[in-house]
Design a protein around this ligand. Structure first.
Ligand code: HEM
Ligand code: HEM
Length: 172
């Protein structure tokens, strides 16, 4: 079937992910300046909760896509290389949206933060600096991929004269 638009569920999940990733980066940058104390723990909790939600909707989105492959609109790729690049960027974005929250969860888990939420004492161990640095590097890798993705969408629209955004929009 040659559809012209993404299924509604994919559209909602795409834009929900965009909004949540922006909020998550803002909260994450804010955490950098907060001490790991019981008073500040709600900010860490909010970051963890939103991040885990991003993970869940990404897993759901991937499985939904697999089950509705024939409803995904096709792109008129410039070349075989362009096809590989677009699919590679999509794949890497999905992978990072899974690995980043999992690593974040592991960082909090390692401090004993999860045990604290289950009634244990507040952790005396701080988030591991080197793991936080990896978490941060992965986030900026995701940001670079997102910029390439947006650039690609805009370039395709200019070159082919087809507004790709309409395929990812329920109203247009
Ligand atoms: C897609 C999801 C996520 C994004 C985009 C994200 C983004 C960020 C960013 C931008 C930072 C600041 C890094 C820095 O500059 O040092 C950060 C820090 C952090 N994130 Fe995430 N994060 C995500 C998911 C999670 C999850 C699920 C958890 C925990 C369950 C988590 C735990 C942490 C922790 C512990 C820090 C370090 C805070 C500190 O500096 O002490 N993150 N995150
Ligand atoms: C957090 C930021 C973003 C992420 C993680 C993301 C991720 C993705 C992924 C994985 C796909 C492929 C869907 C699939 O077939 O599986 C996609 C498609 C798309 N994205 Fe994004 N995106 C982001 C931001 C944006 C922004 C800001 C725009 C606006 C220009 C945009 C426009 C589109 C369009 C138009 C498509 C459909 C392309 C097509 O027709 O094949 N995305 N996005």
């Amino acid at each position: 079937m040659n559809t012209k638009k993404y299924p509604k569920t994919m559209i909602i999940l795409h834009w929900l992910t965009v909004a949540l990733v922006i909020i998550e980066i803002v909260i994450g940058k804010n955490l950098e300046h907060l001490d790991y104390t019981p008073e500040n723990f709600n900010a860490f909790r909010a970051h963890a909760f939103i991040g885990m939600f991003i993970l869940l909707i990404t897993l759901f989105r991937m499985s939904y896509k697999r089950r509705h492959l024939n409803e995904i609109p096709q792109i008129d790729y410039y070349s075989e290389g362009h096809k590989k690049l677009v699919n590679g960027i999509h794949f890497l974005m999905y992978i990072l949206l899974i690995i980043i929250p999992l690593l974040g969860f592991y960082i909090i888990y390692k401090t004993g933060g999860l045990a604290y939420d289950l009634g244990g004492p507040f952790p005396s161990v701080k988030p591991d600096e080197s793991l936080v640095e990896i978490h941060e590097t992965l986030v900026w890798t995701l940001v670079v991929l997102i910029l390439a993705h947006v650039g690609g969408v805009m370039m395709y629209t200019m070159k082919k004269g087809e507004n790709l955004l309409k395929r990812m929009c329920m109203l247009a």
